[in-house]
Design a protein around this ligand. Structure first.
Ligand SMILES: NC(=O)c1ccc[n+]([C@@H]2O[C@H](COP(=O)([O-])OP(=O)(O)OC[C@H]3O[C@@H](n4cnc5c(N)ncnc54)[C@H](O)[C@@H]3O)[C@@H](O)[C@H]2O)c1
Length: 326
């Protein structure tokens, strides 16, 4: 297949490009503006530096090559920024996605894999864990809403255009780096817990913060479902196969179905690195749900996805090894 991958120079996209390059015969075209991505993370395929907001340029790419599928990672994803600058999120995440879908419909590109997020669920009740795909969607910030709106555009477009199908993968907390150490998360000023802990273990930060220790969880800190980026990448390959074989749209949570607290993550990072770095308790952040855990029965059953790296120590170790290199 001829596949267009937007945002393929970013953290998750580059891991999917790597797996597609290593395990499939597909021809890959990676499109990225490099606003937060890195050219050197793209290990396979043709690379085009372009911004999705340049509609004419993007249409030119669709005219020049007949794609069979699009995997769409490109987005803005800093939750607090989405609150202060919502238009950036609605334009980059929703409007640019709607335009990309328009081009897919116009040029007969019928398979679309979309990077969605647990943020579409908002702040679910702790008694309602794990979250299933049927759980109510109720985003509490423009980032989550911009992604849910994109899912809505996909749903309506697929209803109106019989041949056009999509899979939305709702990622929970993505972490770790490729096991061979070739790529990892290079995001500048990242706020992701495991990356921040790796940076602190390496002395890139003097200390890190724990945002609240009075949540209704066993140790008082928030619990999240951390998924290794290689397992998440594999879900994309399976989503493509599903689209081609079944020609049906669907939505899947991506997570392991259990979680770890902030304190447990920090302790694990200390254990695997042997560094007793400083973590200071501070105020809660607004809009942090106490617990987010993915129900993953559906993706296991319908995509045949079977995680290989459900191991917090391995996730921390690969993140740390990558952090050492950059
Ligand atoms: N990292 C996570 O834990 C997480 C969780 C849930 C969902 N997601 C989603 O996964 C996707 C990838 O996230 P990531 O962590 O790899 O982030 P990232 O910032 O590393 O990757 C995003 C990529 O998109 C590119 N990009 C952004 N806007 C663009 C535009 N207008 N035109 C062209 N390229 C553009 C960036 O340069 C970057 O390479 C995003 O859609 C994000 O919302 C990520």
């Amino acid at each position: 297949m001829e596949i267009l991958i937007t945002g393929g120079a970013g953290y998750i996209g580059s891991h999917v490009v790597k797996q597609l390059g290593e395990n499939t015969e597909h021809n890959l075209t990676v499109l990225d503006s490099l606003v937060t991505g890195f050219r050197e993370s793209v290990l396979y395929g043709d690379f085009i530096e372009a911004d999705l907001s340049n509609f004419d340029e993007i249409e030119g790419i669709f005219k020049a090559k007949k794609f069979d599928a699009v995997i769409h990672f490109a987005a803005s994803l800093i939750v607090p920024e989405s609150v202060t600058n919502p238009l950036k999120y609605y334009l980059n995440n929703t409007a640019n996605t709607a335009n990309l879908i328009r081009l897919c419909v116009k040029y007969g590109v019928n398979n679309f894999v979309f990077s969605s997020t647990a943020a579409v669920y908002g702040e679910p009740d702790i008694s309602k864990m794990p979250i299933t795909e049927e759980s109510p969607t109720a985003p509490i910030n423009p980032y989550g809403m911009s992604k849910l709106m994109s899912e809505t555009v996909l749903k309506d477009a697929s209803k109106a255009h019989d041949d056009f199908n999509y899979i939305a993968l709702r990622y929970f907390n993505v972490a770790g780096a490729s096991l061979d150490g070739k790529i990892g998360q290079s995001t500048k000023d990242a706020t992701h817990l495991i990356k921040v802990a790796a940076e602190t273990a390496l002395g890139k930060r003097d200390k890190m913060y724990i945002f609240g220790d009075d949540y209704p969880t066993p140790d008082g800190t928030c619990i999240r479902d951390y998924i290794h980026v290689e397992d998440l990448a594999d879900a994309h390959l399976k989503a493509l196969d599903y689209l081609v074989e079944k020609r049906e749209s669907n939505i899947f949570n991506c997570g392991y179905g259990h979680g770890f607290s902030v304190k447990e993550v920090i302790d694990t990072m200390r254990e695997v690195t042997g560094v007793d770095f400083k973590a200071e308790i501070t105020e809660r952040r607004e809009g942090d749900p106490a617990v987010l855990i993915a129900g993953n029965e559906k993706i296991k059953r319908e995509l045949g996805w079977s995680p290989k790296y459900d191991d917090l120590a391995l996730i921390c170790k690969t993140a740390y090894e990558w952090e050492k290199k950059i």
